[in-house]
Design a binder for this molecule. Structure first.
Ligand code: AMP
Length: 596
């Protein structure tokens, strides 16, 4: 196929936003090409050379492309940048500046395969001298292009093709081009795409074998599966009703979704929810995941969450996002932002794909597969069949640092539905997140020894508020964040004078720190919010039986309240009223978190 023909279709696609029209253009285009050339065509339609999960990048920066355009058009770099200022698009600038093709008839018309091959060479060029090589290939390509062809070639190279063709429009077009276009045919094509995330592969199969051809596409280690998605629900009673009164509730961890592919042999690959390869960003998970599994091969899914290695508590999601997209400092970030992967599903194990099994069977398979390790754990789960049980579990999830719960259907139909959103999974989150308005002055009643970098020092302090009615100190958090190195170093000697061999009578807690202190030292902390907690004892029973209040994501502000003695710290009554003012803010309509 000539590149000019493809470009003509690109122009038609760009000119319309109507899905049906797009489909018509695509159907015509797909039928023009022999099956073996279809994958390349389909990837190119999406501005890619390979399926996105392979992460093939052309690696051409704007400035580099601008230089190539100057060379190919004979314009000065200044003229290029001036034109760029008015067009806003280097592709259009190239089209304007490139001499018309008349007079250059000495060259053969460009074929799509040639363009693809040139782009592939640009992508492959790496290491010393690769920038020059990339420019050279691009200049050669542009020199053989018509202005319109050059426009798209440049946009492609810059990753700005943007024809507006969505994956599902291609799925649609494939089912019309090579099958009868029925709902069923479309469903089969889409399912194959959901299993493989590779539209080129699907195109080739459907072109050669029709809808039955795509049945041959199986789940395969190394090829991400499009993730199953959850519906949402306004409250827990609605959740239970939709699940026939009984459901598996799981902590809804707030982190990054990770699909881990562990081949029988060889390195593990990790994919994000958007199916990008993220293996290089989490080398410790790549290393640890196979060790946490009893068998391989396997494909497992989980949430990667930042943890505080000192307190073992979860940290806010924002911290793990610091590790995304990083190329440098990976070692340091591994230490600074340690993560843990909480596995919640298995899509393939050593006996084969598990996606067609109902969820309870998959969970059993997952439990049989995984043994908890430092970095890899099973997602906490409980089967509930009443609203109070569900609420209790929800509170536990929140106080463990999660953003809510994920309810999962236990029915026969609860298979893993790749790429689909449905009521087999229902998320129920807190409707708000806001920083707690006030800081809290906590009394140090205990300390935990540190691990890793904090070995030999204190890793976290156990803090309490003062209950003046009971005259006792009730714990509300373990704080390990916000201490700089010098403070950490000084902590043991600072607290030494207050050390006691056993829990003081006046301290009320379920926790057992490594070192106990007589309540004396007060420090200021801030946190995200107050939550109901099964472990902390502050204000226990005042809001809900058996639940105390805990501060979520506590952080030392750096302020020692030397002006306060223990009895002048924040009181239990103040903590309760802070909690209540939060609850009032929620019912007054705190902002809801709609991120998906
Ligand atoms: P949302 O991003 O709010 O639509 O919620 C769905 C996301 O929650 C999933 O894509 C996962 O990344 C995440 N998640 C956290 N914990 C779980 C869990 N136990 N089961 C399934 N998904 C979970």
């Amino acid at each position: 196929m000539q590149f000019a023909d493809l470009v003509a279709d690109y122009e038609r696609l760009e000119a319309t936003s109507k899905r049906l029209e797009m489909r018509e253009i695509l159907v015509g285009l797909l039928r023009k090409v022999p099956p073996l050339e279809l994958p390349a065509l389909v990837y190119m339609m999406q501005g890619e050379l390979r399926p996105e999960f392979e992460g093939v990048e052309l690696g051409v920066a704007d400035s580099l492309a601008a230089r190539a355009v100057a060379q190919a058009t004979g314009a000065s770099e200044k003229a290029v940048s001036e034109s760029l200022r008015s067009t806003g698009d280097l592709g259009s600038t190239t089209e304007l500046l490139l001499p018309k093709r008349a007079g250059r008839l000495d060259t053969e018309p460009l074929r799509v395969e040639e363009v693809y091959a040139a782009l592939e060479r640009i992508a492959r060029a790496s290491g010393a001298g690769s920038q020059d090589l990339k420019i050279r290939i691009l200049v050669e390509l542009l020199a053989r292009s018509s202005p319109a062809e050059a426009k798209y070639a440049v946009r492609f190279v810059l990753g700005k093709l943007r024809l507006g063709v969505r994956e599902m429009t291609i799925v649609d077009a494939l089912s019309f081009a090579f099958a009868d276009g029925s709902k069923e045919a479309r469903g089969q094509v889409e399912a194959a795409y959901n299993r493989s995330s590779d539209l080129g592969l699907v195109a080739e199969h459907v072109a050669t074998g029709g809808v039955h051809g795509v049945e041959k596409i199986h789940i395969q280690v190394g090829r991400p599966i499009r993730p199953m998605l959850a519906e949402r629900s306004p409250d827990l009673s609605d959740v239970l009703r939709r699940m026939d009164g009984r459901a598996a509730l799981e902590y809804k961890y707030d982190g990054l979704r990770v699909q881990g592919h562990v081949p029988a042999e060889g390195p593990v690959q990790l994919f994000s929810r958007r199916l990008e390869s993220i293996s290089t960003q989490f080398p410790e998970l790549v290393k640890e995941l196979p060790k946490a599994l009893r068998h391989r091969p396997a494909i497992v899914e989980g949430e990667c969450v930042p943890v505080d290695p000192e307190t073992d508590e979860l940290r806010p999601f924002q911290e793990v996002s610091r590790r995304r997209g990083r190329k440098y400092d990976l070692e340091r970030l591994q230490e600074e932002v340690p993560v843990r992967l909480f596995l919640f599903d298995v899509l393939l194990d050593h006996e084969g794909p598990t996606v067609d099994k109902p969820f309870p069977e998959r969970r059993r398979a997952l439990e049989a597969l995984v043994h908890d390790s430092e970095r890899v754990r099973l997602a906490t789960q409980r089967i509930v069949d009443s609203e109070p049980e569900a609420e209790k579990f929800f509170d536990e999830a929140i106080s463990a640092g999660c953003e809510g719960v994920m309810a999962k259907s236990l029915s026969e139909g609860s298979t893993y539905r790749a790429g689909a959103r449905g009521f087999w999974w229902i998320k129920y989150k807190r409707e708000y997140t806001h920083a707690l308005a006030d800081s809290i002055d906590g009394v140090v009643v205990g300390a935990f020894y540190g691990h890793g970098r904090r070995g030999g020092r204190y890793g976290a302090l156990l803090l309490a508020v003062y209950d003046s009615d009971e005259d006792r100190f009730e714990t509300f958090c373990k704080v390990g964040s916000g201490f700089d190195d010098a403070t950490l170093e000084a902590l043991p000697s600072k607290l030494k004078p207050f050390e006691v061999p056993e829990k003081p009578e006046s301290v009320f807690t379920e926790l057992k720190p490594d070192v106990w202190f007589r309540p004396a030292v007060v420090l200021e902390v801030r946190g995200a919010e107050l939550t109901l907690s099964p472990i902390h004892r502050a204000g226990v029973g005042k809001i809900r039986p058996d639940a105390g209040l805990a501060l979520r994501f506590p952080r030392f502000t750096g302020r020692w309240r030397e002006d306060k003695d223990a009895e002048n710290a924040t009181t239990t009554a103040e903590l309760i009223s802070l909690y209540r003012s939060q609850v009032r803010q929620i019912s007054a309509g705190g902002s809801s978190d709609e991120a998906t």
